[in-house]
Design a protein around this ligand. Sequence first.
Ligand code: 1CP
Length: 376
Amino acid sequence: GAPPNLDVATMPALQNDLYLRAARGERTERAPVWCMRQAGRYLPEFRAVRVENDFFNVCRSPALATEVTMQPIRRYAGLLDAAIIFSDILVIPQAMGMRVDMVPGTGPRLPEPLREPADLARLVDQRKGFSVDRELGYVYHAITNTRHALAGRVPLLGFAGAPWTLMAYMVEGGGSKTFAAAKAWLFRHPQAAHELLRRIAAVAADFLVGQVHAGAQALQVFESWAGELGPREFAEFSLPYLAHIAAHVKQRCPGVPLTVFARGAHYALEQLAAETVFDVISLDWTIAPADARARVDRALRAAGSDRRVVLQGNLDPTLLFADEATVRRRTAEMCAAFGAAPHIANLGHGMMPGHDPERLRVFLETVHQASRALRQ
Ligand code: 1CP
């Protein structure tokens, strides 16, 4: 059916708005906390759903997508301050006409990758009647359904993959250690690369707006392979598209917090702060929080900007393989390093399949205690 537009008037009021207040740069009594990939294979209840259902069937079924989105919210009741809709960044290449399979134990596979510029003709084109809202309406249904299930407990985040990261999968045909084929495209076919990136950005921007209309209360854009680029290629092939997406969504959904996670792109912190309108920059663990804060503030001052940019992150997810005492100590140190400035606590990347769910609980509880103590 038609993609749902959430009737906000019928929704229960939000009981926990810590995430939204922190994302707007307001002072909060403690740091809100959530985790990338909080719904996923480290949870036995998630694996149980996946035994019976193909990955993309879970995404396409509002009931199943809601169920797995709710799993961490139920398990860590009162500890998580946001839910993130269960889906994947690869739904965009799929909607653009590419086949994407999720291979258990491996990850996404695109059996017919883009090999040369002429292959762009295989992609469906927004200028030729392709409708983002129709192709990705199943995500909107999942979001609206999940808002009802959440009943105001915590805000619901929507998300999309960023153009360079999606192009990387579309050209490589899956994950890669070096993304050499995708990077080679940038150097061999810069014009075709820009055309592809422009088209992905247009889809991602409309998709994010549609998610807000369906009930998403904040959005995150995942540029997971920014670290493969380096400053010069990032400035040419990633930043302009991230900036476009943020500007487009801000204009249509003012007041909805926007986060960018450009993994490995600490070299571009200044540009992300001063040359885009993202409200929150999510950091991986390779940068010290105090340095990131200082660099962002300096960049904003130098640009004469009065924007507030909030930082999210950034515990190394592999620390959750350490013993409890180490997790406690390092999490408290992380909170201290971000200080009392608005901060959204998270990992520096996603939860991993082998993680013990109880270690995540230790992380969440420690953020609650440590970040509250810092603000007293
Ligand atoms: O079989 C399975 O169940 C596969 C595991 C899995 C899960 C749980 C994949 C495959 N995707 C997801 C869900 C997912 N992916 C979410 C849902 C919500 C949540 O966070 O709880 C989100 C936000 C993503 C986003 C995503 N997918 C990113 C960006 C974030 C990041 O990790 O950098 C990326 C790069 C992907 C691609 C992808 N999908 C799945 C895997 C294993 C991968 C990575 C593959 C690779 O390393 O290249």
